[in-house]
Ligand binder design. Structure first.
Ligand code: NAG
Ligand code: NAG
Ligand code: NAG
Ligand code: NAG
Ligand code: NAG
Length: 405
């Protein structure tokens, strides 16, 4: 991209403008894929257009309204937040975290041009320190942030035309002994991910305790009238599991599949509330962290950051489960968050690569037949946009498809 006078003017208008506008035909653009720079000098949402063949093009960067921050880690230095869900799209609203500013922010996505993001009000305090994950419930209108720092737990908001507004009696502390940013991870006492259960009657938080703990979730019930969360959380523990990281609701099954960086994954069965499904080993795994559900097949894709490898697993109606296939990524990748989108009837899996500074695009032709169709490098396009970012900070992956809302 050439830096024109118009671009310099845009730069001067920081913070709330989109930088750059890599010239290419708008026609055929199906939507956008977003990730976060999470940089301590300023956090940006990077927008990438999705073409008719599912391929991506880096487009622009939009100031997220605060600063990023990374967790020091000797084992996985390229994993800024150790979280899933740092950027979320529900309807045509994008939600994200500013981990270094203790805020969360909401943006309206232009329905005809998904690279255009307009802030809705100002970022709001996340109710704790080091926000890493956001969950959105359309049924209750709750937007819940997960804080993983010295003050850790959840805090919920509702979206108004003027911005996010805290909902009374939703600030709930987990109370792990932690620092801001969290201490060297993976280590004891990590919070990774917040989601709602399928019925959207509960808030679920994944708790990591790699040093000898069990796989566990913290669960708060939502008051249907007020949106308030129960005062204390209950726990759902799977013994034999080690650490829950990224979660996926298994639709129609009243269960949640969670990745387990020490083993592979586990399935929390809310029908029985027991660990009748023992944790699942993924042979040879090193750090299975991010989980993405494919609606079309009911399969889940799990990202092993350190191998680096993607595992596709099946789950049947009785919550039996097993591996379908492993897919290799470049050795240097250190893969992070992923998302799936259906473009022109075909499913594509988008995987953020931290060290390789890329997004790998897999065409999910059929179960067990994922094919890597693009290796999009973003270092140069982001340098041209003058957006500071590095492998120690980038995080998140979310999709908006035009016409989906
Ligand atoms: C969305 O983008 C289109 C195309 O650039 C523009 O014409 C329209 O005014 C925008 N809509 C809003 C609500 O900003
Ligand atoms: C529930 O929360 C209240 C208020 O924080 C606290 O006093 C009480 O001890 C908690 N109860 C349990 C069982 O943890
Ligand atoms: C969970 O499974 C483990 C073995 O994996 C077993 O030792 C434990 O008793 C089970 N706990 C419950 C509550 O069923
Ligand atoms: C999982 O792997 C561990 C260590 O490799 C092994 O001890 C355990 O028996 C395995 N569990 C299952 C259910 O295969
Ligand atoms: C990745 O590393 C493994 C083990 O060191 C090696 O066998 C393999 O050839 C490497 N693959 C690539 C693509 O470099």
């Amino acid at each position: 991209m050439k830096f024109t006078i118009a671009t310099s003017v845009l730069l001067a208008l920081l913070p709330y403008v989109a930088l750059g506008n890599v010239a290419h035909s708008r026609s055929g653009v199906q939507g956008a894929a977003y990730f976060l720079t999470n940089d301590p000098t300023g956090n940006y949402i990077v927008t990438n257009t999705i073409g008719p063949d599912g391929h991506l093009t880096v487009h622009s960067a939009v100031y997220a309204g605060g600063k990023g921050l990374g967790i020091p880690s000797s084992l996985a230095p390229s994993d800024g937040l150790f979280s899933q869900g740092s950027i979320q799209v529900v309807g045509n609203i994008l939600y994200t975290v500013n981990a270094g500013s203790n805020t969360i922010a909401a943006f309206e996505i232009n329905k005809s041009d998904a690279t255009k993001l307009t802030p809705i009000g100002k970022p709001v305090n996340s109710g704790g320190e080091f926000p890493v994950s956001v969950a959105v419930s359309q049924k209750t209108g709750l937007v819940c942030a997960l804080n993983a720092g010295a003050v850790n737990g959840v805090s919920c908001y509702k979206l108004t035309p003027g911005g996010l507004v805290p909902v009374p009696n939703t600030r709930r502390i987990v109370g792990l002994t932690q620092t801001t940013p969290p201490n060297n991870q993976p280590g004891p006492n990590g919070l990774s991910h917040v989601i709602f259960n399928e019925a959207e009657t509960q808030v679920l938080v994944a708790i990591r305790e790699p040093s000898g703990g069990a796989g566990r979730l913290a669960i708060w019930d939502i008051n249907a009238k007020t949106g308030a969360l129960t005062q204390n959380y209950t726990e759902f523990v799977i013994e034999g599991a080690h650490a829950t990281f990224g979660m996926q609701v298994l639709p129609g099954k009243n269960a949640v599949l969670a990745s387990d960086p020490a083993i592979g994954y586990e399935i929390f069965d809310f029908n029985t509330k027991r660990n009748k499904t023992a944790p699942y080993n993924i042979t040879g795994q090193v750090a299975t962290c991010w989980a993405t559900y494919q609606e079309k097949t009911g399969n889940v894709f799990l990202i092993d950051s350190l191998l680096p490898r993607i595992s596709e697993v099946w789950v049947d109606k009785n919550l039996n489960s097993g591996l379908i296939k492993n897919y290799a990524l470049d050795n240097a990748t250190q893969a992070l968050d992923s998302a799936i989108a259906t473009v022109n009837g075909q499913d594509y899996l988008y995987v953020l690569g931290a060290v390789t500074q890329n997004i790998d695009v897999f065409w999910l032709k059929a179960p067990g037949a994922a094919t890597n169709v693009q290796h999009l490098l973003f270092t140069d396009p982001l340098a041209k946009l003058k957006i500071p970012q590095d492998s120690k900070h980038i995080q998140g992956m979310a999709i908006y498809l035009t016409g989906s809302w």
